[in-house]
Design a protein around this ligand. Structure first.
Ligand code: DX5
Ligand code: ZN
Length: 221
């Protein structure tokens, strides 16, 4: 298994975003997690296309765009144009999930679908083989700095079993309340892409990034 860190810039210093992004990328983060919030699907509003576009020249890291947006298909082409590599939409926000997943793939992006803590994994049964990544939310989306919800680990375990049984290579990403203190247990449950906001940008971002990468190395096979 190959593990990746996706620092969420929601917890970064917005006055110095370019520097924050290049710091974690240089320290070994392969993904930059960009939380787009619309104030409708989730209570808060974060940032959108202009911020992605401005950050794109700052790094070659993979732009992992988490769309907490109602009817996200409306913005797939725009996100691609602004530099998105992976576009993850919420199953709960898509009336026509199959169509949106296809839109993402047609744009040449990797497709992810996110599930809120209370959404069961079986809603993905019909599209799982079309996905590059499933994002299991480990907090209720909308804010950084929340506490990890333990029952979501069972979903990670069941999903990894299912992916293995079907012979798929789908990544499992977790997002919310992930830290160097709990990441080992989440890896053991079967996740391999880890979003971390406050755990990375809450202190020395380069050192925190390296701490995660060191933990990953101990598990890589
Ligand atoms: C929450 C966002 C997360 C958030 C994670 O809705 O999707 O990506 O930034 O922040 P932490 O790691 O602080 O829980
Ligand atoms: Zn996120």
């Amino acid at each position: 298994m190959y593990y990746k860190l996706a620092p969420s810039i929601l917890a970064a210093d917005f006055c110095n975003l370019g520097l924050e992004v290049s710091t974690v990328a240089q320290a070994g983060a392969e993904y930059i997690h960009l939380d787009v919030m619309d104030g409708a699907f989730v209570p808060s509003i974060s940032f959108g296309m202009p911020v992605l576009k401005s950050l794109r020249p700052c790094t070659e890291a993979v732009f992992d765009v988490h769309m907490m947006v109602e009817d996200p298909g409306r913005y797939v082409a725009d996100m691609k144009a602004c530099g998105a590599d992976i576009i993850t939409v919420h199953a709960e926000a898509c009336t026509h999930l199959d169509r949106v997943v296809n839109q993402i793939r047609e744009q040449g992006c990797r497709a992810g679908v996110a599930l809120n803590p209370a959404t069961p994994i079986h809603v993905l049964d019909c599209v799982l083989d079309q996905l590059d990544m499933v994002l299991i939310m480990t907090v209720n989306p909308g804010f950084g700095g929340q506490k990890f919800i333990p029952y979501t680990l069972d979903k990670v375990r069941s999903l990894r079993e299912r992916i293995n049984r079907l012979g798929l290579k789908t990544d499992i990403q977790v997002d919310g309340g992930v830290s160097a203190a709990n990441v080992r247990g989440i890896m053991e449950a079967g996740a391999n892409v880890f979003v971390a906001g406050s755990a990375v940008f809450g202190g020395d971002a380069a050192a925190k990034t390296k701490e995660f990468i060191e933990i990953f190395k101990g598990y890589e096979s």
